[in-house]
Design a binder for this molecule. Structure first.
Ligand SMILES: [Zn+2]
Length: 447
């Protein structure tokens, strides 16, 4: 999808509608290109989904388009909320055990006898859930779209685009599962989970098993965000820009803010600084917003790895905040928006690619993290990579390290995230679904 428009028509009982307002108005609601000057840089999308408001306030319509005409599917707000909540609750319970200890290690070499079965049970749960979402779309879709969905299920490494006309139209697209599932019979052991036959030792991250539309199985490749790239875009602010999908590297290459250094965050900082010598860590005297609002200092990549605090604490600002410097500096969505309103947008390059890695142990409200995404994206960030729920520092540090290095090696944002998902899954850690991004999947850093 390159552009979309909202057509509003006033309808009267007679042959015309009286009054001075226009009777038919067309408004540009989303655009990846204003003057079509960047078409050669915009990659093809296998499928585009627009998530829009309905006239009926309690429901939303997904407009889905592959190659044939666009189809509208209507879902009630309650269904969207329930599904998003159910998805997050699976992720939360896969993150911690009853004692608050991590259920899955992020250490690729750690062996645990119970890990394979624990992993399989979470994957079966996610696949059952993702398949029920896929069925809900399929049963509501016309035949032409069902045919196209089947074609999509038989392919790999495509890009699925989701445009949220309102940033709060969240839906768990990455977990949609389009392979048929094995029949479970009561009393029998559950079906095994397939890792896609990948040869991780050889670094060959392509699917080599037979699972697909005609071959049922619990296979990590059945999930959209493992097999394809799932790009989410939000229409915010001014659509009249021809944004090229790249971030220009500058001398202030990478800025890293870590609130509580530990062995995992240190590994991440060391690896990034070894690769990118211009990477700097936040110090006591730095003010993050001051830095972001000066184009000479604004970094190409910003990595924030901080505790997300929502409780009231004496001496700290109230409301959701990400700790940047303990007891000293916090990041709040409203402060970002206020700075934008008072000082202006990031009109000049670079538009920073932000890795907003919130960690902590509390279950967050669905919109809390989304508020940070929205504020940064509106101010001018090229893309935001974030977490779906809060996670351990071990996991977010590893994600930040591997994705940053891959992006610096000229992999696109979408490929870097997809490859991370495949690596983590192949190690039998199901928490790849914790991460998502708002921005163009083709986005690359130009060094
Ligand atoms: Zn498989």
């Amino acid at each position: 999808m390159l552009q979309s428009f909202l057509l509003t028509a006033r309808i009267g009982s007679g042959e015309y509608v009286s009054g001075g307002e226009p009777q038919v108005a067309v408004r540009l609601t989303f655009s990846r290109t204003a003057r079509f000057s960047n078409l050669d840089k915009l990659g093809k999308r296998a499928m585009s989904v627009g998530a829009n408001d309905d006239l009926n306030a309690a429901s939303h319509t997904f407009t889905i388009k592959c190659n044939s005409q666009a189809m509208g599917l209507r879902f009630t707000e309650q269904i969207l909320k329930d599904q998003t909540r159910a998805f997050r609750s699976i992720l939360e319970s896969a993150t911690y055990d009853q004692q608050g200890v991590a259920r899955f290690t992020t250490d690729p070499n750690a062996a645990s006898p119970s890990r394979a079965e624990d992993f399989a049970s979470v994957i079966r749960q996610l696949a059952d859930f993702g398949r029920s979402l896929y069925r809900a779309i399929g049963t509501n879709a016309p035949k032409a779209l069902r045919d196209e969905l089947r074609d999509l299920a038989a392919t790999s490494d495509k890009t699925i685009q989701v445009v949220r006309y309102d940033a709060n139209f969240v839906f768990p697209w990455p977990v949609i599962y389009d392979y048929p599932l094995p029949k479970y019979k009561t009393g029998e052991p559950p079906a095994p989970v397939c890792l896609g036959g990948m040869d991780s030792a050889a670094g060959n991250w392509t699917k080599s098993c037979a699972h697909g539309p005609q071959n049922p199985g619990y296979c990590i490749y059945g999930f959209w965000s493992v097999r394809h790239r799932v790009e989410q875009l939000v229409q915010l602010g001014d659509p009249l820009r021809d944004d090229d999908p790249y971030v220009q590297a500058n001398p202030n290459a990478v800025f890293i803010a870590v609130d509580k250094p530990d062995v995992y965050t240190q590994q991440m900082v060391d690896a990034v600084r070894q690769k990118i010598s211009a990477a700097i860590e936040m110090s006591d005297s730095d003010d993050l917003l001051d830095l972001l609002w000066q184009s000479q200092k604004r970094p190409t990549l910003l990595i924030v790895l901080g505790h997300l605090e929502t409780q009231e604490v004496t001496g700290e600002p109230s409301g959701a905040r990400i700790v940047l410097q303990p007891n000293k500096q916090w990041l709040q969505a409203n402060d970002i928006t206020d700075r934008q309103l008072d000082v202006g947008d990031w009109d000049d390059l670079p538009r920073t690619l932000v890795l907003l890695m919130a960690c902590g142990s509390a279950t967050t409200d669905i919109n809390t993290l989304n508020d940070f995404f929205k504020a940064l994206r509106t101010a001018g960030a090229a893309a935001i990579i974030g977490t779906e729920c809060t996670a351990f520092t071990a996991l977010v540090s590893r994600f930040a390290r591997e994705v940053t290095l891959d992006i610096w090696d000229k992999k696109s944002l979408g490929d870097a995230v997809k490859l991370f998902n495949r690596r983590l899954m192949a190690e039998r850690n199901p928490l790849a679904f914790v991460f998502n991004y708002l921005g163009d999947a083709d986005l690359t850093v130009v060094t």
